[in-house]
Design a binder for this molecule. Structure first.
Ligand code: GDP
Ligand code: MG
Length: 300
């Protein structure tokens, strides 16, 4: 008999409140920016897979929108999708902001997770900013929520503690095949990531009112040996939001475009020409066929 350990593979859902660092962690683990991040809550809308291939196995990480109370139809889809997901994965990495004690939102998710059959690991992120005198009390507050869950500490931002993470996740996955080619880091088409890079700049550059009312669609990508041309539409709900996105003398749209283009150039490793359009589509978030057209799926 050979002493080779069996190749393991499977799915790990990264679950947690908005803003705890789920997308940052996904990017850090796959070593490339596939998920957008921002200080604004509820950034991630669609489910995004990050693929991590190691000599001993393949870990498919699933970034999820945070579980939160639905306020409108988009919110309901986000919650329902997260709940469906947990039943389908091999392991949940319950990610929390380890720089602060557990709050009500963490408790809500923990109680819900405790009722599921899927095993859960507790990931305490943001270890780079933990006040030393509070470290013990913070850890205890999370462990109290899920007393039997193994606890991991790391910083998705600085990379501290991340090197060990894959080998801590792998034993929880069953023996299985290499589902994706080893060089693949995400299952999402490049177009989706391009649209997300534009949405990311809008989240960073505009104020409270606009971000959640925005969707971005990449209409066309033209690739030549010299340059990649990208044509995209930013969809908002109200003319007032369109005015904000465009800005005084088009200045805001120009900044969004310039910064998104810089990120896209890293993605395609070459020069990018980006043209942006802005369109008002009243109530797109409450309208099922518009949600579908814009790429938001209710998954079953
Ligand atoms: P998500 O909503 O859970 O996906 O959170 P994001 O990944 O978008 O991150 C939310 C914010 O937390 C961003 O401003 C990140 O830069 C920040 N963040 C994520 N991980 C860390 C970390 O380990 N340390 C610190 N200091 N900030 C982090
Ligand atoms: Mg996110």
């Amino acid at each position: 008999m050979s002493g080779e350990p069996e190749f393991r593979s499977g799915f790990v859902a990264i679950l947690g409140r908005p803003n705890v660092g789920k997308s940052t962690l996904l990017n850090a683990l796959v070593g490339q920016k596939i998920a957008i991040t921002s200080p604004v809550a509820q950034t991630t809308r669609n489910r995004l897979r990050g693929i991590l291939t190691l000599p001993q196995g393949q870990i498919i990480l699933v970034d999820t929108p945070g579980i939160h109370k639905p306020h409108h139809r988009l919110g309901e889809i986000l919650v329902k999708n997260a709940q469906t997901l947990v039943r389908a994965v091999d392991l949940v990495l319950f990610l929390v902001d380890g720089s602060q004690p557990a709050g009500g939102g963490d408790q809500f998710i923990a109680e819900w997770l405790a009722r599921q059959k899927t095993p859960v690991l507790l990931g305490l992120n943001k270890q780079d900013v933990v006040p030393a005198e509070q470290a013990e009390a913070i850890t205890a507050s999370y462990q109290a929520l899920l007393p039997t869950a193994p606890l991991l500490r790391f910083s998705a931002l600085t990379g501290q503690g991340l090197a060990e993470l894959p080998s801590q996740l792998l034993p929880w996955l069953p023996p299985g095949p290499c589902y994706y080619p080893p060089e693949m880091v995400t299952d999402q088409p490049e177009r989706f990531i391009m649209a997300e890079l534009i949405r990311e700049q809008i989240l960073h550059l505009t104020r409270e009112e606009v971000p959640h009312a925005v969707a971005v669609v990449v209409d066309r990508v033209e690739e030549t040996p010299q340059i990649t041309r990208i044509f995209a539409t930013i969809v908002v709900e109200r003319p007032s939001q369109k005015a904000i996105i465009i800005g005084h003398q088009g200045q805001m749209l120009k900044t969004i475009g310039t910064q998104a283009r810089q990120e896209m150039q890293k993605l395609v490793s070459g020069p990018v020409y980006l043209e942006l359009f802005v369109k008002v589509e009243p109530k797109w978030r409450q309208t099922p066929h518009l949600l579908r057209d814009l790429g938001y799926r209710l998954e079953s």
